[in-house]
Design a protein around this ligand. Sequence first.
Ligand code: PAF
Length: 279
Amino acid sequence: MEIVYTQTSLLEKITALRKKSLQIGFVPTMGALHKGHVQLLKSARSENDIVICSIFINPVQFNNTADLERYPRNPEEDIALANSYCDILFMPSVEEIYPNPPKEQYHFGLLESTMEGYYRQGHFNGVAIIVKRLFDIIQPDIAYFGKKDFQQLAIIKKLVQDYNLKITIQAIDTVREEDGLAMSSRNKLLSPHARSVAPFVWKTLLKAQILKKEKNPSQISEWIQEQFKNHQEFKLEYAQLVNAETLEEVTEYNQAESIVACIAVWLDNVRLIDNITIV
Ligand code: PAF
C-alpha cells in the first residue's frame, strides 16, 4: 500500500491506473477505522482491481467544534488496518484540501433539511463538498458507503445523480457489535457504563420493527419516543419513520414502498445514530 498526502500525487497515480483500464473502488472515511470500515474495504477489494481509501477528518461537515476536536484519531492503527485491503491510502492535511475556505453550496431539498440536516445545520453541505472533491480527483468506478448513515447515503446518491457522475454507489449493511450496537468511530468516546447501555438503541429499533403487525408508522414513532422517555440516560433527538427514497415522514404504510425508522440519540455526550427497515 502506498500512502499519498497530496492531491497532485494522487492524481498522477490515478492517471497511470486509468491508462491501464483498471477498475477503481473507493472508500472515503474519517479514520478511526473499525469493523464497519473493514466491511466497506473488503467489498471494495472483492469487486475492483484497485482499492483507494481516504482518511480525512473533514472540518466543514462538523457543525460543532467540540465534536471536531474530540473526534477519535489513531492514524498508526488506521494505516496498519488499511494496509491489508488498500492499494492507495490518501491522507491529506486540512491545508491540502482547503487552502481557502470552501464556498460550494449544494442543495438537496428535503434530503438535507430533515433529521440529521435539521439537527446538524450545514453538515450535509460539508459532506457533499468533500465527497464531490474526492470523486472529482479519484473518479472511482464504485464508491462504498455504510447504511448506518442512511441519510448520508441518500445525499450521495442524489449528488451522483445531479452531477451525472459515472460512479456506482454501493450501500453496505451496518456492522454491529455482538450486543447490537452499530459500529461507529464515536463509540470509542462512550464511558464503560454508557457503552453497556448503548445497545438499547438497536434493541428498541428491533422491537419497533416487530410492532408493524399492530401499529401504523406514526404509532411506532410515538412508541419509540416513549421508550426513550422512560430511559433517562438517553436524550432522543428524533425518531422518524420515513420513505426510504424521499425521506418524507410517513404516517401510514401505503405512503411508501419501503419505510425506514431513523433515530438519533445523545448518550454520555455522544451522539449515536441508527436505523432499521420497517417494510
Ligand atoms: O461517513 C463518513 O465517514 C464521512 O461523512 C465521509 C463520507 C467520509 C465524508 O467525510
